[in-house]
Design a protein around this ligand. Structure first.
Ligand SMILES: Nc1ncnc2c1ncn2[C@@H]1O[C@H](COP(=O)(O)OP(=O)(O)OP(=O)(O)O)[C@@H](O)[C@H]1O
Length: 480
């Protein structure tokens, strides 16, 4: 259960935030007075704080300073009446996650809070590497796999984590680059400082530049106030630049300068700002080829890879597939209320023969989808998706008739047979899984378009996708 705390003397703010998360697994706590804040934070596992900057008795900034003493990494979203005030800048420099300007917009609140929750997860959810610790009661994300190839990776993480050098993580899509980045951060000397992740492929050039370096008012159309960028906000911390190969040459030049002398200017600004950040970057692109084509700077490449970790693709990890399958079976049995005991020999052989271009993420998706559909306790090949057989059309079960009602009936009968006491929730999950996959497929993975079709915000869509274990790659790849 995720908990967010809303502190505002205007009760309407807490009510609005409550409305934003109705029906989700987010619990909204609220307080109207400054004196309540610290005890609430001390006594609850608060994941995100929405804090009014202008409380009657004390400034929100002063409370934030006190909170930093207790929890230096709690994402704080300030709520303010004006968006160009110096106070807002001050708040961002204090390490606030972001700020919202009143009147609040439901979509924006959802979107920002979702992102802050995700950021909290990235910082807090421990990534467990040590082989002896592999047990199901472990909390956090477990890096499963004891192949010699992965043991070498864990050793490298151990070697480099405490050194204050930039690390470049390379590996195919879905191979675990983000998990490794978090493991490095968590074992580093900066683990008590923030960790901020930026996906360089997800934003347009101007927006990415502004996200990283900030901007001054009027720097570009739509820049109606000054904004502090991640490099300034994350002073003393670690930035994870995901998909670093997707940065434009202009931004590459700016990042290079930052790496050379830890200085930069906000977009459209003259003031030179100094910052101290460690960069962990990741890519699945062939940077050497990009350098040869003039698309990536050689000098930046060398700066980013003071240390390089190459994550092997799943197909090259000796013996990891079986362990991962066991691990995900247990996990999904719990999540889906199933009792699937294992895979048939033929299914396992099929999984082993497959190439896994989407690596662990694809394996997760395949198992989840198959387990959701399966009506037997052993996962037979008929429940596996067609792409594993090199087919492009469904070849099995009720779905093969194209009749979704049949598939739903099968699912319901199965729930009934195993005496489910949670049919409502389980059926809704089944439907949501299909609905989201369908819409994301129709929009070729475009989440904004998908959210618009569904009539929900992008934040809610992302939240649902995470809860259901759906990734865009899976959807798009699974159906092409
Ligand atoms: N060794 C592992 N053990 C258990 N789960 C794993 C392992 N590696 C990856 N995962 C899971 O697989 C999914 C994809 O991992 P991750 O996001 O770290 O990959 P990535 O390489 O960063 O992907 P992308 O290239 O798309 O950014 C996540 O849900 C992650 O928790």
């Amino acid at each position: 259960m995720t908990q967010i705390l809303v502190v505002d003397d205007d009760r309407a703010v807490a009510r609005l935030v409550q409305r934003c998360f109705e029906g989700s697994d987010v619990e909204v706590l609220s307080a109207q007075r400054a004196a309540e804040v610290i005890p609430l934070i001390e006594n609850h596992a608060v994941d995100v704080l929405l804090l009014d900057i202008m409380l009657p008795e004390i400034s929100g900034l002063d409370i934030a300073r006190q909170i930093r003493q207790i929890d230096s990494k709690l994402p704080i979203i300030f709520v303010t009446g004006r968006d160009d005030s110096e106070t807002t800048i001050e708040a961002m420099k204090l390490g606030a996650y972001d700020y919202l300007v009143k009147p609040l917009d439901v979509g924006m609140v959802q979107d920002l809070v979702e992102r802050a929750i995700e950021n909290r997860r990235l910082m807090h959810e421990p990534v467990v590497l040590t082989p002896q610790q592999e047990n199901e009661n472990e909390t956090g994300d477990l890096l499963v796999g004891r192949s010699p190839q992965m043991l070498a990776v864990y050793k490298e993480v151990g070697r480099v984590a405490a050194q204050n050098v930039n690390v470049l993580i390379r590996g195919e899509s879905g191979s675990g680059k983000e998990l490794i980045a978090r493991a490095i951060y968590q074992h580093s000397n900066r683990s008590d400082q923030p960790f901020l992740a930026v996906n360089c492929a997800a934003l347009s050039e101007t927006l990415l530049e502004s996200e990283l370096f900030g901007h001054e008012k009027g720097a570009f159309t739509g820049a109606d106030s000054r904004r502090i960028g991640k490099f300034e906000q994350c002073n003393g911390g670690t930035i994870f630049l995901d998909e670093v190969g997707d940065m434009s040459l202009t931004i590459q030049a700016k990042v290079l300068r930052l790496l050379q002398d830890q200085r930069f200017e906000r977009l459209g600004g003259a003031e030179t700002i100094t910052t101290d950040v460690r960069i962990i970057s990741a890519t699945n692109r062939d940077l050497e080829e990009m350098i040869a084509d003039g698309d990536f700077r050689l000098d930046l490449f060398h700066r980013l890879k003071s240390f390089e970790i190459a994550i092997p693709p799943l197909r090259d990890r000796d013996g990891d597939l079986e362990q991962l399958v066991q691990y995900f079976l247990k996990q999904f049995n719990k999540q889906l209320g199933k009792e699937i005991t294992g895979l048939s020999a033929e299914s396992l052989a099929r999984l082993k023969a497959y190439d896994w271009p989407g690596n662990i993420r694809e394996l997760q998706g395949v198992l989840r989808k198959s387990m959701l559909m399966a009506t037997s306790t052993v996962l037979a090949p008929e429940w596996l998706p067609p792409e594993l057989f090199g087919e492009t059309t469904p070849h099995h079960r009720a779905e093969s008739t194209g009749n979704q009602e049949d598939a739903f009936d099968v699912f319901l009968t199965q729930l009934e047979n195993r005496g489910s006491e949670d049919m409502y929730a389980e059926s809704l999950e089944w439907m949501e899984q299909r609905l989201l996959s369908f819409v994301l497929d129709k929009t070729a993975g475009n989440q904004s378009k998908a959210a618009a079709l569904l009539g929900i915000t992008r934040g809610s869509l992302r939240h649902k996708m995470r809860a259901l274990g759906i990734t865009v790659e899976q959807v798009v790849k699974g159906d092409d």
